[in-house]
Ligand binder design. Structure first.
Ligand code: FNR
Length: 190
């Protein structure tokens, strides 16, 4: 079975190390996973006034999420939490009330930082948000990536064999997790 995965990159930076990590993850992922980026940078700040009539960027986000089986979050840590741009996108996706795009959706979180904590606190914060959004999160393995220069090339090749194996296993587990969740009861909107 093939699964469509929508991935969110929590950083808007042109030289984002998390974007680099996303390239590496896609390269080592099992063939059954197909990836589409879910863009977040052009979303206005969410406001409930939009619930009656979502703007095109909001509609595009909802449609993109309706078209995937699972979501993968690849995010930096900002001030020990997730970047505002990512939280904004999640808020858009969770609304209007009763039309939460993440309901029962398989999800995984991962992130990279130059620092040793490797986005652990951002991921903890993100998991709380995704729990409330009723996403079906992969809880193990966790992946806190300290990304130092040279670990991943610009093309997304991983230069350290141990890291390559770790990320390969992570993506296989995500495939298995998605399969388990959707085999028990498929999501109707995906
Ligand atoms: C950071 N950075 C950071 N790093 C970290 O490990 N914990 C943190 O709490 C923060 N806080 C933080 C806040 C803000 C506003 C910025 C801009 C940066 C550093 C961060 O990990 C680093 O800039 C990464 O390169 C960000 O990821 P991307 O954008 O390269 O993917």
């Amino acid at each position: 079975t093939t699964y469509k995965v929508g991935y969110f990159i929590g950083s808007l930076a042109s030289g984002s190390i998390n974007r680099k990590l996303s390239k590496a993850l896609i390269k080592v992922a099992p063939a059954e996973l197909e990836f589409t980026e879910i863009p977040i940078k052009d979303l206005p700040l969410y406001n409930p006034d939009f619930d009656e009539d979502y703007p095109p960027t909001g509609v595009a986000l909802k449609e993109a999420l309706a078209g995937v089986h699972a979501v993968l979050f690849i995010t930096p840590e900002y001030n020990r939490s997730i970047p505002g741009a990512l939280k904004n996108a999640i808020d858009w996706a969770s609304r209007p009330w009763g039309k939460n795009s993440f309901d029962h959706m398989p999800a995984a979180v991962i992130g990279a930082s130059p620092g040793a904590i490797g986005t652990a606190l951002a991921q903890q914060s993100l998991r709380g948000v995704l729990s409330f959004c009723n996403a079906r999160q992969m809880t193990t393995p966790e992946a806190y990536i300290q990304l130092k220069p040279g670990l991943i090339t610009d093309d997304g090749d991983i230069t350290n064999p141990e890291t390559e194996k770790f990320l390969t296993d992570f993506m296989q587990e995500f495939r298995d997790h998605t399969c388990r969740v959707l085999t028990v009861l498929p999501r109707t909107s995906a």
